[in-house]
Ligand binder design. Structure first.
Ligand SMILES: Cc1cc2nc3c(=O)[nH]c(=O)nc-3n(C[C@H](O)[C@H](O)[C@H](O)COP(=O)(O)O)c2cc1C
Ligand code: SF4
Length: 487
């Protein structure tokens, strides 16, 4: 792990100085000096592959706000967030946010739900987004909007914020104890899984009726789809061999194709992972977590509970199975792939690199730029291997002032097809639209990875950019977050 102090990127004055800093960390990320604008800008290039047409290379990542109504409908906060997704100028909206396909698969009691009584609410999110998008870009031509479908599996918490109700596929030697699960905690049965598959089919049918262009069958971040991929130790039809661990995906896709012909199918994938991390107990004090260290236990080697993980060195990635998985997607005729990594629950530094940890996290174990680079590099390698797939890349928010420079260079050098933006959309939705349009950048709105958007939901509050977005900053919610952080 690096011992070099972490440089605050807001203090770096030029792209050249940033490149020097990358060099000092032995990172080879591309970074352009000059940001091109208008038709010259790689960020504004249209992408056309067969019938898929996307008007520019800016994508909004799915981001839920823990702020829906108890019955799974959007609230005014949800609507505002989707308006801001539209305002971003992005022509590719990857899923909006995770929408549970069934009530018991909700990650929190305020997660959106796909059900007959939420159809109008979800349709309204889409039309609101399109209206705002038109105001920013002047037209909704070549705008692609998906809906991310999920079952939260191990991280289900459908009824009460403080009460996890995990639905697991196998026993995990580190994650089970973290959730307080006894050794005889029941696993989802094959029959229950078949029911879940049908819920995905129904939700996809609904998404098509509401006008969404595609659905994302979520396979990332430790939720159910992702857990299937690491179900090496599960017995029966859904565990063990690669074929069994991908049966869920194949069954979902098959049903979606027959029930909703013409609807696009996409997959967001945690392309690599690691053993769970924890704050180093020797360097933590009350209320102050120390730097993250891998949680090692006896008998976890070889590590058989990961996907895209080196079983003998489980802090390292192994892309051999992810490569097989992408071949499978290609074989299924799936072209749209969004690559992410790890999980916000057990290795957040990999999943959303940040300088400041969320309340249940730990200090960065190494410079967060290393983790930005890991996600970008994995995407570059997989893009090279699968040139016909359309890849959205993830993990750019930590780049801060240099996000436009790196994003432009990554597109120009073919590392990725679309730049997916997560947290920075919450603080400054139109950052890349402004940069590629030749407008001044509002530096005060750049996400500084304070992690309040992750901490708030951990404390039962809606997510949002509390430090920078006036909607939260100047509201009662900010007071509540301040109180909650002290408890
Ligand atoms: C508040 C919040 C909510 C998120 N919700 C989702 C989600 O619903 N689905 C999903 O796939 N990823 C979700 N993510 C992860 C982001 O899509 C993205 O992968 C992550 O923030 C890293 O990208 P960034 O560096 O641009 O923030 C969420 C992230 C945040 C901060
Ligand atoms: S709260 Fe705002 S500044 Fe902090 S990580 Fe989230 S979006 Fe970025």
């Amino acid at each position: 792990m690096s011992v070099q102090p972490i440089l605050r990127l807001g203090t770096v004055k030029s792209a050249a100085a940033f490149r020097e800093h990358l060099h000092s960390l032995h990172l080879a990320l591309p970074c352009d000096d000059e940001i091109l604008t208008g038709q010259e800008s790689p960020l504004r290039q249209r992408l056309v592959r067969g019938e898929i047409k996307i008007g520019n290379r800016i994508a909004v990542q799915p981001m839920e706000g823990w702020d829906g109504l108890a019955d799974g409908n959007p609230s005014e906060h949800t609507i505002r967030r989707w308006q801001r997704f539209g305002r971003s100028g992005a022509k590719f909206i990857w899923g909006g946010e995770a929408v549970a396909v069934r009530p018991d698969g909700r990650a929190n009691p305020n997660q959106l739900l796909a059900a007959p009584h939420t159809e109008r609410g979800l349709a309204n999110l889409r039309t609101t987004l399109i209206e705002q998008h038109r105001l920013t870009t002047g037209s909704d031509e070549d705008l692609l909007i998906g809906l991310q479908l999920t079952d939260s599996g191990r991280y289900s918490r459908p009824n009460t914020h403080g009460r996890p109700e995990p639905r697991i596929l196998y026993h995990h030697p580190i994650l089970d104890p973290r959730l307080g699960l006894p050794a005889d905690y029941p696993l989802l049965s094959d029959a229950e899984i078949e029911d879940i598959v049908e819920s995905f089919h129904r939700a996809a049918g609904m998404a098509q009726r509401l006008g969404f262009d595609f659905v994302d069958i979520k396979h990332c971040h430790g939720y159910l789809g992702h857990e299937f991929l690491s179900a090496h130790t599960r017995k029966g039809r859904y565990g063990g061999s690669f074929e069994n661990r991908t049966r869920f995906l194949r069954e979902v896709v098959q049903g979606v194709r027959s029930l909703a012909p013409g609807l696009g199918v996409a997959v967001r994938l945690s392309a690599f992972d690691s053993v769970p991390f924890q704050p180093d107990p020797e360097r933590s004090s009350k209320g102050k977590p120390g730097p993250g260290i891998p949680e090692t236990k006896e008998n976890v080697l070889p590590y058989r509970w990961g996907f895209g993980v080196n079983a003998h060195h489980p802090t390292e990635a192994d892309l051999s199975e992810p490569v097989k998985f992408l071949s499978l997607l290609e074989g299924l005729g799936i072209r749209l792939v969004n690559l992410t990594a790890g999980s916000p629950y057990y290795n957040p530094h990999i999943q959303r690199p940040a300088l400041f940890p969320p309340s249940d996290g730990y200090l960065p174990p190494e410079d967060p730029l290393l983790n930005v680079s890991r996600q970008m590099e994995a995407t570059r390698q997989l893009k090279q291997r699968f040139p016909n797939l359309i890849f959205v890349g993830t993990g750019y928010s930590y780049l801060q002032d240099f996000l436009p420079n790196v994003a432009q260079a990554a597109l120009r050098e073919g590392w990725v097809d679309l730049i997916g933006l997560g947290r920075v959309i919450l603080s400054y939705p139109d950052l890349l639209w402004h940069a590629s349009g030749g407008h001044d950048i509002h530096r005060k709105l750049i996400c500084r990875t304070f992690s309040d958007c992750t901490t708030a939901p951990r404390r039962g509050l809606p997510s949002g950019c509390y430090p920078l977005d006036h909607h939260y900053k100047d509201s009662k919610m900010m007071e509540l977050l301040t109180i909650a952080k002290k408890q």
